[in-house]
Write a protein that binds this ligand. Structure first.
Ligand code: FAQ
Length: 337
């Protein structure tokens, strides 16, 4: 591209960015009326925009829980990195677990734009003040669990998270785009891994079926309580943070999994799974929501273990944080000099 055209294009981009900043500043002055107008127009709320305190607090709650889930979610799979059956599977699993750490970081960064610090978020997780997804409180008992988690847990995460790419808060929506692309890759690798087992020896087939039997209902519970009991859904949907209700997304997940299970050659552990012509959906048995609430409150099979492990890892990493902070301070001093 000729230099002049390149400079003109750059100037155009700068002017566009400045106009967006002016517009955002005007919106901030306008306060609540502007917030309502932005939501009604299906546009994005940005960090410098005025927003109701409850919108800010609700987003911090959801984004933080989501980030914590990605971080704690590394544990059940990390358990199998040293026991993967081949170098190829080990490399894939390592990369997947690293991706989850990355997702946690994008999400913590998105939460920080709302005025909460990373240290506050860390403390809230480590002390159990803020929660993380129920699913990561279940144990990973066999290698087939890696396939089942990829297929079902990442599958449920995608169904829940694709609509979040259209969430009304800009930094969260943008973080979700990349997260969803990576989750989609995770789901396919899980499906492929489970498919290999499901076509294998009788022992491997039994292992695949057992993993599906154990992960099915906890995966359904990931979508949260039924709509009637959901405390945040109505407000969250009015603010276009959530685009679909818990039950709508759960149904979408069931409808997606039934044909996939048929191709895999595994059975979903629900005798009531039947196509309902009238509804145009599969009927299914709901997960045990009392169990979900017990797990959410910290009484899951691995809840204590997961939090203790996270606390140990945080303590073990203290020297890395200190070294990184000292290095950043040194670099800053050089820039100022
Ligand atoms: N676990 O009023 P609602 C992943 C809580 S990432 C724990 O319906 P809301 C990637 C809820 O917070 C998985 N708590 O709440 C991966 C609220 O509690 P509070 C994480 C739950 O927010 C894959 C109360 O119950 N994904 O898997 C759960 O409107 C493989 C009442 O519920 C996200 O975080 C639960 N399952 O809807 C990583 C997505 N369900 O705070 C590694 C973003 C409900 O009032 C390996 N979050 N609660 O005390 C969301 O979409 C929503 O927050 C929902 C819950 C749908 C989870």
């Amino acid at each position: 591209m000729p230099a002049v055209a390149g400079a003109e294009r750059l100037l155009g981009e700068v002017e566009e960015a400045e106009a967006a900043l002016r517009e955002a500043a005007e919106r901030a002055l306008d306060g609540e009326a502007s917030f309502d107008a932005v939501i009604a127009a299906d546009q994005k709320i940005e960090p410098r925009d005025a927003m109701p305190d409850a919108y800010r607090a609700g987003l911090i709650r959801q984004i933080a829980q989501h980030a914590h889930s990605e971080i704690i979610g590394m544990q059940p799979e990390g358990n199998w990195i040293s026991r993967a059956p081949s170098l190829r599977r080990k490399a894939i699993l390592l990369a997947k677990v690293q991706d989850e750490a990355g997702h946690g970081l994008y999400l913590y960064a998105a939460a920080e734009t709302l005025g909460v610090s990373r240290a506050e978020l860390d403390t809230a997780l480590l002390t159990g003040k803020q929660k993380y997804s129920s699913i990561f409180n279940y144990p990973t008992l066999s290698w087939a669990d890696m396939g089942a988690i990829g297929w079902l847990v990442d599958g449920a995460a995608i169904v829940n998270q694709v609509p979040l790419c259209r969430c009304s808060y800009g930094p969260y929506a943008r973080a979700m785009i990349r997260v969803c692309k990576e989750e989609s890759f995770h789901q396919r690798q899980g499906y492929q891994s489970l498919y290999v087992l499901a076509q294998g020896t009788p022992e491997q087939r039994a292992m695949a079926q057992d993993a599906v039997d154990r992960w099915w209902y906890p995966s359904l519970a990931m979508f949260g309580p039924p709509d009637a009991d959901s405390t945040h859904s109505a407000q969250s949907m009015a603010w276009k943070v959530k685009r679909f209700s818990n039950d709508e997304l759960r149904q979408r997940f069931v409808d997606m999994c039934v044909p996939q299970a048929e191709i895999l050659g595994v059975t979903l552990p629900d005798p009531n799974l039947t196509w309902n012509e009238l509804r145009g959906h599969y009927d299914y048995t709901s997960p045990d929501f009392d169990e979900l609430m017990r797990v959410v409150k910290g009484d899951g099979p691995c809840s204590r273990q997961r939090l203790a492990h996270r606390n140990r890892a945080h303590e073990d990493g203290a020297w890395v944080r200190e070294a990184a902070a000292a290095y950043a301070a040194k670099k800053n001093r050089k820039v100022m000099a």
